[in-house]
Design a protein around this ligand. Structure first.
Ligand SMILES: [Zn+2]
Length: 139
């Protein structure tokens, strides 16, 4: 299970809508409960998609480093990333699977395919092929 504060969900949604028709992206940070099963997102980072594409995204090394420094200063752990799918469902694309190398990370994908009804899911990707959902709870 992974929790996301409603206010952070609103931030992600707003950033994603502002960046249409391009994909929007960022990082997530927070805490992991001792049993390793539950993650709490305490901070979301809204970053520039340096690809400026509606089909894929990239975060610059500098933005990543700045975010990691900020996480350290707040005693938060990197938990993964988030990005939007302006025109496709909330699931990893073939390219996403190719790029998602960290099986311990959570990958949040916000679909704006139906603009009235955004869909946000959290995924775990193993070996670039095995995709499963983590239960995302907005609190
Ligand atoms: Zn994607």
């Amino acid at each position: 299970m992974i929790t996301l504060k409603k206010s952070d969900y609103e931030k992600i949604l707003s950033h994603a809508r502002t960046n249409l028709p391009e994909e929007a992206c960022g990082l997530i940070a927070g805490t992991i409960e001792e049993n390793g099963e539950i993650r709490h997102i305490e901070q979301v980072y809204l970053l520039e998609n340096t690809d400026h594409s509606n089909e894929h995204f990239n975060i610059s090394p500098k933005d990543q480093l700045d975010a990691i420094k900020n996480m350290r200063s707040k005693n938060l752990k990197p938990l993964g990333n988030w990005h939007s799918h302006p025109e496709s469902p909330s699931r990893p694309s073939e390219e996403d699977k190719r790029l998602f190398f960290d099986s311990t990370a959570r990958y949040l994908i916000l679909s704006l395919q139906d603009n009235e009804n955004p869909v946000l899911n959290a995924f775990i990707v193993k070996n670039h092929t095995e995709v499963s959902k983590d239960e995302l709870v907005i609190i």
